[in-house]
Design a protein. Structure first.
Length: 344
């Protein structure tokens, strides 16, 4: 009888505690998801689906008939191509299409209402940009590389969850294919690039273009403001190595807390430290202010971090766990007439 009352009492207390945590976790998830969508739309705006023509050449500038009316912005990269002759089916005579010849790439540096000036950033061997050549931003999905988001400044933010939010938001725009941190690092290993955390390194950018045809690398970081969290994303060109655009959003509803984990070294890396395993935590050097009856370890709050639950037979104490030890974050009071003998 006592065991049944104990079970009901503890289950009710635990359920209440988890509902509070689940509500907070859900609000956090929604806040990051909304900010990710805002950032994805801003990045998408830097890659509009346009097709135009080279209308002139002035010194080191290429003039194209795309302007502000076409949603063109400075930094936009365009493929330059030359239309080939029509080719026909050898038996039916039906025109099957044209073979386009790749000429190079240009980047818009100045935008006027009806035209833009661009600079040449890549030129195909044996050819030069000419008046009459065509330009376009492909209507196919553009390949982006997204290393893990740096969340080291914000306590409670989980790098995998935040990175996943941004990946999903980018895919939903129907403009991008996203290469994950794991795929990016595998490609760099295949190209024998050693500076895998230096994503601004020209050798890294060139390797990603060569191996995966990545057009841009996204370097993302969370920063702590006074009453909110800001999410910044720098979009780096793999061809030129400089910034195409910057996209930022406030994570509205996220509870700002200073993070204690240092960012991984390497200017371009945004991979924050993962939650430690329980065997990495220095528990033996700490004493609890009560005699422990039982304990359990797991991701109890749904935020991807390890938590420790300990009971003194009357209450359950919840602790944050990191490499520096443990810190109490919650207490669940149990029935006063029964003893808690195990946690699972």
């Amino acid at each position: 009888m006592h065991a049944r009352r104990l079970s009901r009492g503890l289950s009710f207390a635990a359920a209440c505690w988890f509902l509070v945590w689940a509500g907070a976790a859900g609000a956090q998830e929604a806040a990051y998801g909304s900010a990710a969508s805002e950032i994805a739309e801003r990045i998408s705006a830097a890659f509009p689906k346009v097709t135009g023509q080279v209308i002139g050449l002035e010194k080191d500038r290429v003039l194209v008939d795309l302007g502000r009316k076409d949603a063109v912005i400075p930094g936009l990269e365009l493929q330059v191509f030359r239309e080939g002759q029509e080719f026909k089916h050898p038996y039916t005579g039906q025109v099957l299409g044209k073979l386009d010849r790749d000429v190079g790439r240009i980047r818009v540096v100045e935008v006027q209402p009806n035209f833009s000036a661009a600079e040449t950033i890549l030129q195909a061997e044996g050819t030069m940009v000419q008046q009459g050549d065509k330009v376009r931003v492909t209507s196919a999905r553009i390949i982006l590389a997204l290393p893990n988001v740096d969340v080291s400044d914000v306590a409670g933010a989980n790098t995998r969850s935040v990175t996943r939010d941004l990946v999903n938001a980018l895919i939903k725009t129907n403009r991008f294919e996203v290469m994950s941190d794991q795929r990016v690092r595998a490609a760099l290993a295949e190209e024998k690039v050693t500076a895998t955390d230096q994503f601004g390194d020209p050798a890294v950018l060139q390797a990603l273009w060569k191996r995966l045809r990545v057009s841009a690398v996204l370097l993302a970081k969370l920063s702590l403001l006074e009453k909110s969290v800001r999410w910044d994303v720098q979009v780096l060109s793999t061809v030129r190595g400089d910034t195409i655009t910057l996209a930022s959003a406030e994570v509205k509803g996220a509870a700002p807390k200073v993070g204690s984990a240092p960012a991984r070294s390497g200017g371009g890396s945004f991979a924050a430290a993962e939650a430690p395993r329980i065997d990495q935590v220095s528990l033996r050097s700490q004493e609890l202010p009560f005699r422990a009856q039982a304990m359990a370890v797991g991701e109890l709050t749904g935020d991807g971090t390890v938590k420790l639950a300990v009971t003194d037979s009357q209450s359950v104490f919840i602790y944050d766990v990191d490499k520096n030890g443990i810190k109490q974050v919650a207490k669940i009071s149990g029935p006063t007439t029964d003893n808690i003998i195990a946690l699972d």
